[in-house]
Write a protein that binds this ligand. Structure first.
Ligand code: GDP
Ligand code: IMO
Ligand code: MG
Length: 432
């Protein structure tokens, strides 16, 4: 029995979906614990592409149980769409395969309206570049204790009361402060009553289910969303998401104690990408960045935005090792680097004549760091057929060794293409 957390080590889109799908073969239960449908996790199975925003990426294995923890913010419209699109592919996801924590907060139409109106009202340079999915406003309501939990949706009296209070406040903000359209209680009430009926069979106590699974010696896989440097506390604030994306988030976001976690695996893209606004020290504005963007097909899986690309950042990586307590790294998209020579990587930052090895807390300082680069020889070979490290050209192996040196933790897996079989597994995290 083993409990493994998978998290992104950079700014999201590291390939968590592919790795979670791959590791699901060894797991019995797969749990999302934070974020919402701002996530876009891509799986490619036998040439067919699936993008999941809310449903855990383990869902394609029929015999596995998928859980949505209390730390997630859930848009019922999106969940129902995902269930229906799976059904259209003859994958029926009934309540025996998917459970939602009764404590999960619901993304309401006013959260999406506020997300859009606030971003639109911000001046250039101040916009966060959110996904517009209502994530921040929903977490905000949870923290100020105005939120609507999915269990509240199932209680029509309580739901109406909470909805009326919220709409009163939100309509004031939308109309008087943001010049945006107001919303109507009745139409939202009846729409969400239908969602309540549809989703009621899925609602359960996720913490208890995980505990029982552990007692029955099941393997449990926690699927992080976003990435460490988008963490609300430890990321490049305010250019972050609104949840704790680091491994510790799995405990509070699913209702499991830290002593019950066995391993934490960090997913690290062989280069760096960022979608949305915010500082990105190793960003490349030029040919090598365009090469990564095109060869890596770096477009947001949720918003379709072009992802900004840059060299691997050792400062970002070392911070992630510490913040998540990483036991191992899964390196993804190594194949994308074929054809680039030399390969640069950042070892530390320089800030006003000082060398620093971790991300500064002050955003103005983050904006002003200069990466210190080292470089290695590149390679031209196509890596996608590599079945073991021995199949990789020497420079690719040197590059992996350098990443291990920078991080100080071992690489447990190397991904060389989007498909399940395009993977070199060095150490299965579910095995001791
Ligand atoms: P996530 O949000 O971390 O799950 O990552 P995304 O799905 O948003 O973005 C990762 C993209 O890279 C997806 O299109 C994956 O299919 C693709 N991908 C994952 N691993 C590899 C890999 O090793 N090589 C290549 N070329 N593509 C990969
Ligand atoms: P996955 O799970 C990459 C970014 C947005 C924006 C910031 C805040 O696919 O890796 P939000 O809508 O969360 O309030 O936006 O966070 N962002 C992501 N970037 N991958 C993601 O998820 C992201 N989820 C949010 O672009 O900069
Ligand atoms: Mg993504």
């Amino acid at each position: 029995m083993s409990t493994v957390i998978v998290v992104g080590t950079q700014w999201g889109d590291e390939g968590k979906g592919k790795i979670v799908d791959l590791l699901t073969e060894y797991a019995d239960v797969i749990v999302r614990f934070q974020g919402g449908n701002n996530a876009g996790h891509t799986l490619v199975v036998d040439g067919e592409k699936f993008i999941f925003h809310l449903i855990p990426s383990g869902i394609l294995y029929e015999e596995k149980l998928c859980l949505i923890g209390n730390g997630v913010v859930l848009d019922p419209v999106v969940l129902i769409e995902e269930l229906e699109s799976l059904e259209a592919k003859s994958i029926r996801v009934g309540p025996e395969r998917l459970k939602i924590s009764a404590n999960t907060h619901v993304i309401m139409p006013y959260h999406k309206a506020l997300d859009h109106a606030r971003e639109a009202a911000k001046a250039k340079g101040k916009k966060i570049g959110t996904t517009g999915r209502g994530i921040g406003p929903c977490y905000e309501d949870k923290i100020v204790r105005n939120g609507i939990k999915i269990t509240d949706l199932m209680d029509s009296g309580l739901f109406r009361e909470k909805l009326e209070d919220n709409i009163k406040e939100k309509n004031f903000i939308l109309s008087k402060m943001l010049g945006a359209k107001t919303l109507d209680v009745e139409s939202i009430y009846s729409e969400y009553q239908e969602y309540a009926q549809r989703l009621a069979p899925y609602v359960d106590n996720v913490s208890v289910i995980i505990d029982r699974a552990r007692s029955a010696s099941k393997n449990i896989l926690f699927e992080g969303a976003q990435g460490t440097h988008l963490d609300i506390d430890h990321g490049t604030y305010p250019f972050v998401t609104s949840s704790n994306t680091i491994a510790g988030g799995a405990c509070c976001g699913a209702g499991v104690g830290p002593s019950k976690i066995d391993k934490v695996v960090g997913i690290c893209k062989a280069y760096t990408t960022r979608v949305g606004e915010g500082p990105f020290p190793t960003e490349i504005e030029g040919e090598a960045g365009d090469y990564m963007q095109e060869k890596g097909a770096e477009f947001g899986a949720t918003t379709g935005r072009r992802r900004r690309c840059g060299w691997l950042d050792g400062v970002v990586l070392k911070d992630s090792v510490r913040l998540n307590g990483l036991d191992g790294l899964a390196i993804t998209k190594l194949d994308v680097l074929s054809g680039l020579d030399p390969l640069q990587f950042c070892t530390e930052y320089e800030l006003r004549g000082q060398f620093i090895q971790s991300m500064p807390a002050n955003i103005r300082e983050v904006e002003n760091v200069s990466p210190v680069y080292d470089s290695l020889k590149g390679w031209d070979e196509d890596l996608s057929k590599a079945g073991s490290l021995d199949d990789l050209p020497d420079p690719a192996r040197d590059y992996l060794r350098k990443i291990e040196d920078l991080a100080g933790v071992p690489i447990v897996l190397v991904s060389v293409g989007p498909e399940r079989h395009e993977t070199v597994m060095l150490q299965n995290p579910f095995e001791p």
